[in-house]
Design a protein around this ligand. Structure first.
Ligand SMILES: Cc1ncc(COP(=O)(O)O)c(C=O)c1O
Length: 408
């Protein structure tokens, strides 16, 4: 309802009563909740406001800085007057060349920088672009369980029918192709794979990758390999594209978030056959207008880092991992010591109903947050995941708090 106010000088001001418009969200958002961590971080914020000083061992956001040379390039390039315009949709040639050289050096994979590389604002946006590029409502997609939750939500938003393939410890967290085949593969268009696997930390083998490519070729499925963890606690980075013939059926996502401590910078990439890159580009060019040039040039610098950079980062993660093993032993969890990536994945003792119960208890009693494995799918229900992105001192404090609650 409109009301009128008259000012002293006689001016009449019409005002409108405040009533927020009721809106229905689109049906494509049905069943899509807020991202778990976004919700959980709000809860942790509330606890911190109440003075709890929660130690967050949940999220995988590197706390270590990028190499100083990377920051220097960002700074110098940002000071220039001519680096602030919209950028090429396909990314700066400097970054594409650096990505090609990086893939050659570390993964022994040959890529044409002009046609087989698409810089992205993180692997996460690539997941969405790929789903929107290829999936029609009702198309089927194979998703790992447990696996990164974004595969599931992006495919759902695109309207696809999700087929979860279960990964088990007894099968080394590798896909069981026979079991997948028994479920029927008619109409399956895409398959998400991710090794080193998050959350289990399982490394790939060339044999398993070869089997994947054979499977994809036999069934006409496009493999989407998400590879952001290959430099963390792993000396032998492996790309699925290294497998002979893989480019026919594979596109690969990669990222500087974890490997170069640049999660907030939002730099990733999609690599694969030129046809696939052009297809995804059709969607992406309608979503954004390129990445800030100084960020791209600094990313190119990061990709030139020598092994020493990665060794130094990994030596810190190794020390933290030993502390996390100590914490998990205290909680009577069972874990494999050979995991790659920036987390430790651990099976909970039988006394807890599931990982949520253990996570809630540790948060409530000790103000320490660890991630319940169930957020990665039902096959993660009996697990928890602890992040290595927290200082040794923080992990030590978490152990001290948990110890006090165990003895009290
Ligand atoms: C398996 C996996 N893929 C992709 C991402 C997102 O990476 P980015 O920061 O490159 O978007 C994450 C981040 O946690 C991840 O765990």
């Amino acid at each position: 309802m409109n009301t009128a106010n008259t000012l002293k000088d006689g001016t009449v001001i019409q005002s409108v009563d405040s009533a927020l418009l009721a809106m229905n969200t689109s049906s494509r958002l049905e069943g899509i909740g807020e991202y778990y961590f976004s919700e959980k971080l709000r809860e942790i914020d509330e606890l911190n406001k109440a003075g709890k000083k929660v130690i967050n061992l949940g999220i995988g956001s590197p706390d270590l800085p990028p190499h100083p040379e990377v920051i220097r390039v960002l700074h110098e390039e940002a000071l220039k007057p001519n680096t602030h315009a919209y950028q090429n949709y396909k990314g700066s040639p400097v970054l594409r060349n650096a990505i090609a050289a990086w893939y050659q050096k570390w993964y022994a994979v040959n890529l044409d920088p002009a046609s087989e590389i698409l810089p992205l604002m993180g692997s996460k946006e690539g997941i969405m672009h790929i789903c929107m590029t290829y999936l029609n409502p009702g198309d089927k997609i194979l998703i790992p369980n447990p696996g990164y939750p974004t595969y599931r939500s992006a495919a759902k938003i695109a309207g696809a029918e999700l087929i979860e393939y279960k990964l088990t410890k007894t099968n080394n967290w590798f896909p069981d192709f026979e079991e997948i085949g028994r479920g029927g593969l008619d109409g399956v268009k895409l398959m998400f794979v991710n090794y080193p696997h998050m959350p289990t930390g399982q490394l790939p083998t060339e044999e398993m990758f070869t089997a994947l490519v054979t499977f994809a070729k036999a069934h006409g499925i496009l493999l989407v390999h998400d590879n952001p963890y290959s430099f963390i606690l792993n000396d032998q980075p492996l790309s699925l594209l290294k497998i002979p013939g893989a480019k026919d059926v594979t596109i690969e996502l990669n990222s500087l978030s974890k490997s170069h401590n640049m999660a907030g910078w939002r730099i990733g990439m999609l690599v694969g056959a030129a046809e696939r890159i052009n297809e995804v580009l059709r969607f992406k060019t309608n979503m954004d207008s390129g990445m800030f040039l100084p960020v791209q040039l600094a990313a190119a610098k990061a990709l030139q880092m020598e092994k020493q950079f990665h060794d130094e980062v990994n030596s810190i993660y190794k020390i933290r991992r030993r502390k996390v093993f100590e914490l998990l032993t205290l909680l009577k969890c069972d874990f494999d010591q050979q995991q790659a990536g920036m987390f430790v994945w651990a099976m909970i003792p039988k006394i807890y109903k599931d990982g949520f119960a253990l996570s809630d208890k540790v948060l409530r009693e000790s103000n320490v947050f660890i991630t319940p494995g169930g957020i990665f799918g039902s096959a993660g229900n009996e697990y928890v995941r602890v992040s290595l992105c927290s200082t040794e001192d923080n992990i030590h404090q978490a152990i001290t708090r948990i110890k006090q609650n165990i003895t009290n």
